[in-house]
Write a protein that binds this ligand. Structure first.
Ligand code: MN
Ligand code: MN
Length: 318
């Protein structure tokens, strides 16, 4: 798709993800990388606003685009990364006003249709509820493990009779027959429900707290467990990062991960297994006045796409 103008100046052009072309017809996507917005936050228990997350990440990501197959130059690597990648903005999931179940079904359906089209799905939230439906929509790519980077376990069975809030996405994902090992990293805070913790351990999830991640032994353990996966889904809750780095989230927890630590986790994951899709959730522009959190979300999205491509090239000897 040809642009009428270069769109090189950041504020120029329509604010799609990374200034990629907008392709809302899933049938014509082929094997492209499809960035899908999920403007939904009915699942949060605290501060709403993540429904505006996809818009905010689109806006922030224009600073990093357009990529146009040229990728981006990385001063640390001394070379361009993500060269040749075909990225599209696949629009948004058509969430339904006030309808929890219908909205979650729409997320699952959209993910499945992206997979059926042959595209690589990247969901930009939106609150963390979307991970359950996304994992269900990815059933055809199973079996796979899950790497969750998050301050919170999100493994609560039900909150007041509802099992599809942002407190439960990994619990729902764990119930799917095509989901194998779940690794939960960055856990911290003073509000962890003990039943969720016990249930996660009982299922055999690998839990690595923020504090444990300061120990190199945890990285060795991570490397072993991630390498044991053939395929993996990654979910990045942006509140895993320290509130000083990513303040714009519904439920911030002090003493979070640095950007560098998350990058290191993603690099390890990409080297260890084939990634079947990922999501970046919980960016809440209503409490992100500087836009810093949205820019972190956009940057990590690009990092993971580049790491995935580099690992795939390495595997194929390219
Ligand atoms: Mn969280
Ligand atoms: Mn979460």
């Amino acid at each position: 798709m040809q642009r009428r103008y270069a769109a090189n100046v950041t504020p120029t052009g329509v604010a799609t993800f990374f200034k990629a072309p907008l392709v809302e017809d899933f049938e014509v996507l082929g094997d492209k990388i499809a960035l899908l917005g999920v403007p939904y936050d009915l699942g949060v228990g605290y501060r709403p606003g993540a429904r505006f997350g996809p818009r905010a990440v689109r806006e922030a990501s224009t600073r990093l685009g357009p990529l146009d197959g040229k990728g981006f130059f990385d001063i640390d690597a001394g070379e361009s990364r993500l060269v040749g990648a075909q990225i599209v903005d696949a629009g948004d999931v058509d969430v339904l006003r006030g309808q929890l179940g219908g909205s979650l079904d729409a997320m699952e359906d959209a993910t499945r249709r992206l997979v059926d089209a042959g595209a690589f799905p990247v969901l930009i939230g939106g609150d963390h509820s979307l991970t359950g439906p996304a994992v269900r929509g990815l059933a055809a790519k199973g079996p796979f493990g899950i790497l969750q980077i998050d301050a919170h376990l999100d493994f609560t069975d039900e909150v007041m009779g509802t099992g599809e809030t942002s407190s439960s996405p990994l619990r729902r994902a764990a119930e799917e027959g095509h989901v194998e090992t779940i690794v939960q990293v960055g856990l911290r805070g003073l509000r962890t429900p003990e039943p969720a913790y016990r249930a996660a351990l009982e299922r055999g999830n690998v839990l690595i707290t923020r504090e444990q991640l300061r120990n190199e032994d945890s990285w060795v353990q991570l490397q072993q467990v991630l390498s044991s996966m053939n395929r993996m889904y990654i979910t990045i809750d942006i509140d895993a990062l320290d509130p000083a780095v990513a303040p714009g989230v519904s439920s911030p927890e002090p003493d979070g991960l640095s950007y560098r630590e998350v990058k290191r986790l993603l690099a390890l994951a990409a080297r260890s297994a084939e990634i079947v899709g990922f999501d970046v959730v919980e960016t809440n522009p209503m409490v992100d006045p500087s836009g810093a959190t949205a820019y972190v979300a956009a940057s990590l999205t690009l990092e993971l796409l580049a790491l995935r491509q580099a690992a795939a090239e390495e595997r194929s000897g390219g």
